[in-house]
Design a protein around this ligand. Structure first.
Ligand code: ATP
Length: 774
C-alpha cells in the first residue's frame, strides 16, 4: 500500500483543527478510520475533533463536537460499528441545517472535515463545501459569527472515505466494511452448507445489496454457490429454466446440496424484483427440491472488522489526514480509494456521479453499461463465477487442437485458498475443454508414487471453502530428482503447469525453468500462484493464505487483549509466524494497534527495548478512567536469536519494577487458519483463472506458430512466471527477472513492499516519539 511522501508536522502556533465523522449506514472498520485520523492528526501537530452522530451532530453542535485525545481511541480497532455514532439527518439536506453546521464548525475553529460514509454522505459533504463561503457570509450578516472568526477559514476542506458494507462506490475496489460483511455472510453460508448437505436440501440465501450485487456475487464465488442473482446482471429471459438446468447438472453429478444467493435488490431484465420466495417456489416445483430460505439481515452489518477492513481503514485514515494537509486552494475534494493494493485519491464528485450513473443505467435497462461502470474486478469475478458453476457449455470450449493437459501441484506449507484456487483452475479448465490433473503430495508424490489424478467437477466442487490442501502439499523441490520429474511430465504429456504455494513453489518454478535446457518436458507454460501465510514470494504483494492468517491472528490477539485489559496492568508479547519476513507481524500490528512490532528485517537490540519499555511506562501512566484496553507487542518468530519472546517478557517484567507485568502468548499453527477467509477464497478464484488463461494464450501461440506444444518456451523466459498483485495491477513476472529481486538466503523479496507500513504502525502505536499525552 505505498503512500506518497508525508507532509511536514504542523507549526504549533497554527495548529489545524480537523473534524472526523461517520455518516450513513454503519460499517465495520469505521472505528479504525476514526482512530487513524485522530492519531495521525495528533502526530502531524493538528487537533482532531470527533463529530458525533454524523450530520446530526454537526447541525446540533455543543457537546456533539468533541476534541479527541490520543488515549480516547485506544482499543477502537477491535470494536464493531461506529463509536462516534451515525445517523440519517434530514436537517442537513436543508440549507438552514447546513448553516447551523457551518456555524458550529467556525465556533470550534474547524475548517477541515473528513467524512466516512456512503455516496449520500459524500454528496452532502461536497455540497456543504461548495456553499461554505456563502454560508459564512450569511452567518456574518445575521450577526451569528464575526468576520474575524472566519479569518483563515474561508475554505472548507473536505476529504471523503467510503464506509459501506455494500462496496457500491465506483472508483475504489473496496469500501471500508465490505470484506467484514462478506465474512459474516460466508460464515453463515458455510454453516448452512453442512445442514444442506445432510438433508440434501436447497437453500436460498438473501443478502444485502439494494443496488449493488458485490456481496452476493462475492459470496457466490467464495462459497461455491450454484446460482446468484445480482442487480447489475439480471438473468436472461426464462432464467428459471437456466437456473434449474445448472442445478440439475450439479445434482446429476452427485451434488447433495444447493445454494442460491439472491441480492436484496435482484431484478430481472424487465426490472421486476426477483424475490427469494419466488426462487424457492421455482426450485420446489420444477426440481422438487426441499428448499428453505435464509434471510441474513442485520447480522451482515455487525461484529468486529476483519483484518483487511482494519488495514484499509487505518491506511485510508492516514491518507485522509495527508490529503487535508496537502490540499491547495481550489483543489477538488478527494475521496480516498484502493485499487488492488494501492491507496489513492480520486475527485470525490466524479466517483459519486459514476456510482449514481451505474444506478441510472440499471433503471434504463442498460445492464452492460452498469457492468462497465463497476470496477474492473467485478466483471472478472462474474466471469470467473460463471465458469465454475456452468458445466459443459459448448459456447465456452476452445477448439480441439488448442485443448491442453494441465498439471496442478501444491508446494510448501498449507495456506488458506490453495483448495479454492485448485477448484477454480480445474473447473475453468473443464469449462474450456482442457484436462486438469492433480499431482498429489508435491514433487515427491510424483517421483515416488506416480500420484497423478485427473480432476473432475464433482471432486473439486466441495473444495471452495476448505482449508489445508486437499491434494496434499510437500516442501521438497524438483531438484531432488529432476530426471524423474521430467520423465513423468513426458509420460503425461502435460502442456502447462500451475504451482500453488509459497517460497518453495517459487523456488521450484525457478528450478524447472532453468532445467528447460536439459529437459524438453519443461518447455511448457508454467506459472506459480503464491500461497503462503508469510507473504514472502517475490513478484507479488499478496499471497493466498496471508489474509486468513491475519484474521486468525487478530482474533487471537483480540482475545488476549481482552485478558490484558481485564487485569489492567499487563502487556502481552505475542510471537507470530512469518519465517524471515516481518509481513505478518507488521500487518497484524497495524490491525490490532500493537505498541511495538519486532521483525527480522529490523531485528531487536537493547536500545530498542529500552525505548519501548519507556514508551510502555508512559502508556500505562496515560491510561485514564475506563479506557484501559490491553497492550500487545508482536514479535516475529525469527526477529532475533538472542531476544526471544520469553526473554523480552522477562526484561519488561524486571524493568517495570512492579508497575506492570508481562506475559507471553504463542498462537503457533492457529495462524494457518481453519476455513480460508473470503478474501483468500475470492482472490484464489480470480488469480487461478488468470493463470490458466495465461497458459492458454501461450499455448495458442505455439500452436499457431506450428511448434510442437511447448517447444517455443526455451527462448521465451516470460512463459515461466509468478502471478502477483503489485501496486494497482495484477501482473505476471518472468521468474528469470525475479531472480535478482530475491534474497535467497532469507527466503523473501529483497525489499518487502510493506516495510514503509511499519512506520505507520509505529506512529499510530505511539512509538515514533509522538506526544501521546495529547
Ligand atoms: P449508505 O450507503 O449506508 O446508505 P449514505 O451515506 O449513502 O450511506 P444517506 O442516507 O444517503 O447514506 O446519506 C447520509 C446522510 O448524508 C443523510 O442523512 C443526509 O444528512 C446527508 N446527505 C445525503 N445526501 C445529501 C444531499 N444531497 N445534500 C445534503 N446532505 C445529504
Amino acid at each position: 500500500f505505498p503512500s506518497r511522501p508525508m507532509t511536514p508536522v504542523q507549526d504549533q502556533d497554527k495548529r489545524k483543527k480537523i473534524g472526523i465523522m461517520t455518516s450513513g449506514g454503519d460499517a465495520p472498520g469505521m472505528n479504525g478510520a476514526v482512530r487513524a485520523v485522530v492519531r495521525m492528526s495528533i502526530a502531524k501537530g493538528c487537533i482532531p475533533y470527533a463529530i458525533y452522530e454524523g450530520y446530526e451532530g454537526l447541525v446540533k453542535g455543543g457537546d456533539k463536537i468533541k476534541r479527541m485525545h490520543w488515549e480516547d481511541v485506544r482499543g477502537w480497532l477491535s470494536e464493531g460499528g461506529t463509536l462516534i455514532g451515525t445517523a440519517r439527518c434530514a436537517e442537513f439536506r436543508e440549507r438552514w441545517g447546513r448553516l447551523a453546521g457551518a456555524k458550529n464548525l467556525i465556533l470550534n475553529g474547524i475548517d477541515a472535515l473528513i467524512v466516512c460514509g456512503g455516496d449520500g454522505s459524500l454528496t452532502g459533504a461536497d455540497r456543504f463545501r461548495a456553499e461554505w463561503p456563502g454560508l459564512l457570509d450569511e452567518l456574518i450578516e445575521k450577526g451569528e459569527i464575526t468576520a474575524e472568526m472566519c479569518d483563515g477559514h474561508r475554505e472548507l476542506n473536505i476529504v471523503g472515505m467510503v464506509g459501506s458494507i455494500d462496496n457500491d462506490m465506483t472508483g475504489t475496489d473496496a469500501t471500508i466494511g465490505c470484506y467484514s460483511s462478506l465474512t459474516r455472510i460466508c460464515q453463515a453460508v458455510d454453516f448452512i452448507d453442512s445442514t444442506a448437505y445432510s438433508h440434501s436440501r436447497a437453500f436460498v440465501v438473501e443478502v444485502m445489496g439494494r443496488h449493488c450485487g458485490w456481496l452476493a456475487l462475492m459470496a457466490g464465488v467464495a462459497c461455491g454457490a450454484d446460482f446468484v442473482f445480482i442487480p447489475e446482471k439480471p438473468p436472461v429471459e426464462g432464467w428459471e429454466d437456466e437456473m434449474c438446468d445448472i442445478i440439475k447438472k450439479h445434482r446429476a453429478l452427485g451434488k447433495r446440496k444447493t445454494i442460491v444467493i439472491v441480492a436484496e435488490g435482484a431484478i430481472d431484465r424487465n426490472l421486476n424484483e426477483i424475490k427469494a420466495t419466488y426462487v424457492k417456489d421455482v426450485l420446489c416445483e420444477k426440481l422438487k427440491l426441499d428448499t428453505r430460505i435464509t434471510t441474513l439481515g442485520h447480522v451482515q452489518r455487525g461484529g468486529t472488522a476483519c483484518a483487511y477492513d482494519r488495514m484499509l481503514a487505518t491506511l485510508q485514515g492516514v491518507e485522509a489526514v495527508e490529503a487535508v494537509l496537502s490540499a491547495q486552494p481550489g483543489d477538488e475534494s478527494p475521496v480516498i480509494t484502493i485499487t488492488e493494493n494501492k491507496i489513492g485519491r480520486v475527485p470525490l464528485m466524479s466517483a459519486v456521479k459514476q456510482t449514481q450513473a451505474g444506478a441510472e443505467c440499471i433503471k434504463k435497462k442498460d445492464f452492460d453499461g452498469a457492468m462497465r461502470l463497476r470496477d474492473r474486478e467485478f466483471e472478472e469475478y462474474y466471469t470467473a463465477y460463471m465458469s465454475t458453476t456452468k458445466i459443459d457449455d459448448p459456447v465456452d470450449k476452445v477448439a480441439e487442437d488448442k485443448r491442453m493437459k494441465i498439471a496442478i501441484v501444491h508446494v510448501g506449507a498449507p495456506a488458506g485458498g490453495m483448495n479454492a484456487a485448485t477448484r477454480a483452475a480445474a473447473t475453468y479448465c473443464l469449462s474450456r475443454g482442457h484436462r486438469p490433473f492433480a499431482i498429489h503430495n508435491g514433487f515427491p508424490g510424483l517421483v515416488r508414487h506416480d500420484s497423478v489424478r485427473e480432476l473432475d467437477w464433482i471432486t473439486v466442487d466441495a473444495w471452495a471453502i476448505r482449508g489445508g490442501s486437499e491434494i496434499g502439499t510437500n516442501r521438497s523441490l524438483p531438484s531432488e530428482d529432476m530426471g524423474m520429474v521430467a520423465w513423468y511430465f513426458q509420460k503425461y504429456k502435460f502442456d502447462g503447469l500451475l504451482i500453488i504455494g509459497g517460497f518453495e513453489a517459487f523456488h521450484a518454478l525457478s528450478e524447472l525453468y532453468h532445467a528447460r535446457a536439459s529437459y524438453p518436458a519443461f518447455r511448457i507454460p508454467m506459472t506459480c500462484l503464491p500461497a503462503t501465510i508469510s507473504n514472502n514470494v517475490p513478484g507479488t504483494e499478496f499471497s493466498l493464505g496471508s489474509d486468513t492468517c491475519l484474521n486468525s491472528l487478530i482474533d487471537y490477539c483480540d482475545a488476549i487483549k481482552q485478558s490484558a485489559s481485564a487485569s489492567r496492568r499487563r502487556v502481552f508479547v505475542v510471537e507470530c509466524q512469518g519465517g524471515r519476513s516481518g509481513y505478518v507481524a507488521t500487518m497484524a500490528g497495524l490491525s490490532i494497534g500493537a505498541l511495538a512490532v519486532y521483525t527480522p528485517e529490523d531485528g531487536i537490540n537493547l536500545a530498542t527495548l529500552q525505548k519501548d519499555i519507556a514508551h510502555l511506562r508512559e502508556s500505562f501512566a496515560n491510561d485514564r478512567g475506563m479506557n484501559r484496553a490491553g497492550k500487545l507487542i508482536l514479535r516475529n518468530e525469527r526477529a532475533s536469536k538472542t531476544y526471544t519472546t520469553d526473554i523480552i517478557a522477562n526484561i519488561i517484567r524486571e524493568e517495570a519494577q512492579g508497575r506492570f507485568e508481562a506475559r507471553t502468548a504463542v498462537p503457533g499453527h492457529v495462524q494457518q487458519g481453519g476455513n480460508p477467509s473470503p478474501m483468500d477464497r475470492v482472490r484464489a478464484v480470480r488469480l487461478a483463472l488468470k493463470c490458466i488463461q495465461f497458459m492458454e494464450e501461450n499455448h495458442v501461440q505455439f500452436v499457431e506458430e506450428g511448434k510442437e506444444a511447448g517447444k517455443g518456451c526455451l527462448d521465451r523466459p516470460d512463459t515461466a512466471t509468478v502471478i502477483g498483485i503489485k501496486g494497482a495491477s495484477v501482473v505476471f513476472t518472468g521468474v528469470g527477472k525475479l531472480h535478482d529481486e530475491t534474497d535467497w538466503e532469507d527466503r523473501r523479496p529483497r525489499r518487502g513492499f510493506w516495510r514503509e507500513l511499519k512506520d505507520i504502525a509505529d506512529t499510530l502505536g505511539g512509538r515514533n516519539g509522538v506526544p501521546t499525552g495529547m
